[in-house]
Write a protein that binds this ligand. Structure first.
Ligand code: 13P
Ligand code: SF4
Length: 356
């Protein structure tokens, strides 16, 4: 649907009034009505770097979800204020790992005698206190753009004995371990926080190379291998391009796998006349289809599949946040406490220093 012209004019006026005092970041899964006001768009890795590279902006308005705004707060100067236009824009995957649960799992690794060779690595899609847990325990953050180099780094920390405790997305962890690191499915075990002792014995913890947290993305978890078979049968020559948050069976059947930034670059570089089925969030897939009318771009699912929390950031919320700043009121500021910030920054810096 077209954006409300009155709200468009108000957003434009508020941005103009704020000038270089405000910098608006937009994740690729944001609505069109919001993304039109982003000074920069990107995947979560690019946005974390872009936020850190804007020391002159007094306000960072983050059009994305809560964990991204927290990371921006951690990476920006203490004087800069990060605003999330709707505080209800969380992430169901990030909510699947709570600090107390993660500490229980760590205690079990200590009891099994393996913790000293375990490197915790958390996906960006996690709360700041989980990132801080990784920072405190010699680990790092990764995103879907750099999961392979993060695991390369992690596995080099304690020689052959090294194990990685990967949070909270079991699929990104498994897909990267098996497809990029040469591990087998048997090298991976899943810690289920809903079960006593995570559903794992001390022996299983000792034998594993990858201890995966039982978390997933409710959006990417919906794509199925059957849909890929159907599409290949109906559109001959179609290329299947998916995000690594998809289940392993989907990733195995796909032609290409990568972060949202990779998906965009792949489609941009594809020759005219090619056909692509894309397994990621629908706002992005629709935008790609509209921007590339010379290519056939379809969504890799029969049903509509937006990220409902990303979609909570809409034009009315953005206008409210910007107009409040014009009025001198900072609404919905995201602030991470200093101790969490310190250790989360350690883990984020390890990621930012990875090669590649
Ligand atoms: P990225 O490609 O930005 O890692 O996005 C995946 C995602 O689900 C963001 O929430
Ligand atoms: Fe979280 Fe998935 Fe939405 Fe990303 S797409 S914010 S991982 S629920």
């Amino acid at each position: 649907a077209a954006s409300d012209p009155d709200l468009v004019a108000r957003a434009r006026a508020a941005k103009e009034a704020l000038g270089s005092r405000v910098f608006v970041l937009g994740h690729h899964y944001q609505r069109d009505e919001v993304i039109q006001f982003a000074d920069v768009t990107g995947d979560s890795f690019k946005l974390a770097r872009d936020a850190a590279a804007r020391p002159e902006a007094e306000f960072i308005v983050f059009c994305g979800v809560h964990f991204m705004a927290e990371s921006a707060d951690i990476l920006t100067a203490p004087t800069q204020k990060v605003v999330l236009p709707d505080l209800a824009a969380g992430c169901s995957m990030a909510d699947m790992a709570r600090l107390a649960q993660v500490e229980d799992a760590w205690d079990a690794m200590v009891a099994a005698g393996v913790a000293s060779s375990v490197v915790p690595v958390t996906y960006m899609n996690s709360s700041a206190d989980i990132k801080a847990f990784c920072g405190r325990n010699g680990g790092a953050v990764c995103t879907s753009s750099n999961a392979e180099s993060a695991l390369d780094w992690a596995f080099s920390q304690h020689g052959d004995d090294t194990k990685v405790f990967f949070l909270p997305d079991q699929h990104l962890g498994r897909n990267t371990a098996v497809l990029k690191m040469g591990l087998t499915l048997d090298d991976c075990v899943v810690w289920d926080p809903r079960q006593p002792d995570g559903g794992l014995t001390a022996e299983q913890l000792r034998d594993a190379k990858m201890i995966l947290w039982r978390g997933h993305c409710s959006v990417h978890g919906r794509f199925s291998p059957d849909t890929i078979d159907d599409l290949r049968a109906t559109i001959p020559g179609i290329n299947i391009l998916v995000h690594p948050e998809c289940v392993h069976e989907v990733v195995l059947k796909a032609d290409l796998v990568g972060s949202t930034e990779f998906i965009i670059k792949t489609v941009e570089a594809a020759p005219a006349g090619t056909a692509w089925a894309i397994g990621t969030e629908l706002n992005l897939v629709k935008r790609l289809a509209a921007a590339h009318p010379d290519k056939r771009i379809v969504f890799l699912d029969k049903t509509v599949c937006y990220c409902s929390t990303m979609n909570r950031i809409d034009l009315p919320h953005l206008v409210w946040a910007l107009e409040s700043l014009v009025d001198g009121v900072v609404v919905n500021q995201i602030e991470v406490d200093p101790d969490t910030e310190h250790w989360a920054k350690v883990a984020l810096q390890r990621m930012l220093e990875l090669p590649g």
